[in-house]
Design a binder for this molecule. Sequence first.
Ligand code: PMP
Length: 453
Amino acid sequence: MTTNTAALSNIGALDAAHHLHPFTHMDKLNEGGTRIIQRGEGSLIFDNQGKKYLDAFAGLWCVNVGYGRKSIADAVYQQMNELPYYNTFFSSTTTPTTLLAQKVTAHAGAKMNHVFFTNSGSEATDTWFRMARVYWAAKGMPSKKQVIARRNGYHGSTVAGASLGGMKYMHEHGALPIEGIHHIGQPYWYVEGGDLTPAEFGLKVAQELEAKIEELGEDNVAAFVAEPIQGAGGVIVPPESYWPEIAKICKARNILLVADEVICGFGRTGSWFGHQHFGFEPDLAPIAKGLSSGYLPIGGVLVSDHVADVIRSVEFAHGYTYSGHPVCAAAAIENIRIIEEEKLVERVRDDVGPYLAKALASLLDHDMVGDVQSVGLMAGIQMAADKKTRQRFAKPDEVGTWVRNHCWSNGLIMRATGDRMLASPPLIITHEEIDFLVGTLRNALDAAWKELR
Ligand code: PMP
């Protein structure tokens, strides 16, 4: 490294001077100073002061196999030496790129045998968005262009990604959404379900899709996109009635169904992909994060055979310099090999997933906990000012931030979305670490309940 020691001891000041962070109010961050994360091992990370944290968020929902996997570093080193880069544009491929395509599709459904590589989940969103329109145009239905997504969904930060996402505060930055994108409601029963049962509410919000297709005209709609479980929106697990109805509507109305698997993929739900957990078959599925456990940036779009057959018949004018980057592919192959060999998907489904669900259920006796939802190792803990009436706090964001900061101060990294606490730990998390997670969260809730009332 060429960076000198004086500079290293001053990273905080250099960061404040030169680095603009994502999703951050920089002036506010610089008042408190940034945290410098130095090293990771298993489910733990350490900052540059040596303070240890349980990373119950797996980085940013991505470090599925945990930190410190030497075999991934070795695979990357070997590939770097052999061939650090070649493109996949000019009638070319590289061995790891193609082997990864085979490996990743082997875990998708029997009818999903193709993948288009990207560098991130946002690029995966832009890729399927264009691919869906190209698909209908190539089938002689160019009017099928409109895309339906959900309020409070998240699909990335590119122009198409932020437009498809249903986050108002993101739309405000950059005059979004772009044309041709429409949003329907989300299956967030706790807050929006009113007097309906969860099953009734799940059906009701699914039927908003039917109404929107009716409004736009079936011949104008290309696709519907949703995360199997909304992640950034708050780990919102839909009622059981939701996905079967959505899948039925898409089929009946000839609309492509896109399952955004960027968070749910690669074992997080206790299945390889979130749609498998819910038992439906998407036509397209963007992936990223757990594909390489974040060791290097890589994403992609899984493409079902009937879409691939059409796309293969045209020259799809789309791609990235680093689509299928050989070094990132080598990291992803080794990452998937680890998930397979250590049976991490089964571990989530049969062992740590149920263990986490049981531990979280113990929080339901807390005055401030209205609901807990988890599937595998993806959990949302709903806080409420009055749990009997499902009444929220007046300022949900402040409550979430307060609890999150308390957790961080006590060595536990969780995230807050409004008044929901979110967990998404590495798939290798142990029972003891889950006990620490739930115990530390309970202490934070106790402190918050005292402080906030
Ligand atoms: N889709 C979903 C469901 C996501 O959660 C994210 C990122 N959190 C993205 C897309 C965008 O991925 P990236 O940040 O890699 O661009």
